[in-house]
Design a protein around this ligand. Structure first.
Ligand code: SAM
Length: 248
């Protein structure tokens, strides 16, 4: 059988493309792309002439079965998405599980990922974090998600549409409080890249003061809760309570 390569592509700056990724895309029999027209630009830029077929959320299962047959017949396949790492808020999960279930090797070719890129320069704690994908579009559902994460000690990472950015920040202030630190990472690796970390209440003012901050692509990161008692602390306070009742 052939191999399925999961190939990360740039998130803006075309130079962020590894030599190995280019080599793999040139050598496979077919490239499955989220949007073949969108990817044409990148492939042309690197003189990659491999044929492409589409694989998006609406045809993924059917395409996965067909690609699996081609892999079993000995062909090799690469999966790319419009930007960054496939499967990260992008199609590919069903293809990977289908192909793995068939006993075919899946090889990652790593590269850009917006959430990791944002986290690495945000100034927020990076030892533990939780990627939460896109926030819900409706405020009530969005607040519910935020509420469930309120006491999480890990840095929280969200993808957000620029159209909903301000609304999401306003909900975030309500749930996480004005002083929680947050980072807006926008247009990463592109000409107008900005990475701004401030208390939520100040970040809102900063976004409002400059319309450009509500354009382009963005990642929103929110500092983890500083109040969450660790498991150890919870255990200490439980034991203390017991001991106190035993005191004369
Ligand atoms: N697979 C991609 C990855 O590895 O990051 C993510 C795909 S998801 C459909 C697209 C979202 O990723 C955007 O709405 C934005 O939140 C984030 N994103 C992608 N490129 C970005 C960039 N250059 N700057 C900031 N955020 C970006």
């Amino acid at each position: 059988a052939g191999q399925l390569f999961i190939v990360a592509t740039p998130i803006g700056n075309l130079a962020d493309f590894s030599a190995r990724a280019i080599e793999v895309l040139k050598s496979v029999d077919v490239i499955a792309a989220e949007d073949t027209r969108h990817s044409k630009y990148l492939l042309q830029h690197y003189a990659i002439q491999t044929s492409t077929i589409s694989l998006h959320e609406h045809n993924e299962q059917q395409r996965s079965d067909a690609l699996c047959q081609r892999l079993l017949a000995g062909e090799s396949v690469a999966l790319i998405s419009d930007a960054g790492t496939p499967l990260i808020s992008d199609p590919g999960y069903r293809l990977v599980t289908t192909v793995r279930d068939a006993g075919i090797r899946v090889t990652p070719v790593p590269g850009c990922c917006a959430l990791i890129t944002a986290l690495s320069a945000s100034g927020l704690a990076s030892d533990r974090f939780s990627f939460e994908g896109f926030l819900p579009a409706k405020s009530s559902a969005r607040k519910q998600v935020m509420e469930s994460l309120k006491s999480d000690a890990r840095t929280l990472i969200f993808y957000e549409s620029p159209r909903r950015l301000l609304a999401a920040l306003e909900d975030a202030v309500l749930i996480f409080g004005e002083q929680r630190q947050a980072c807006l990472a926008r247009e990463l690796t592109k000409l107008h890249e900005t990475i701004e970390t401030r208390a939520l209440v100040d970040l809102i003012d900063w976004v409002k003061a400059d319309d450009n901050q509500q354009r382009g692509e963005c990642v929103l990161l929110i500092e983890g809760s500083q109040n969450e008692a660790t498991a150890d602390e919870q255990e200490v306070s439980r034991l203390l309570k017991i001991l106190l009742t035993e005191l004369p």
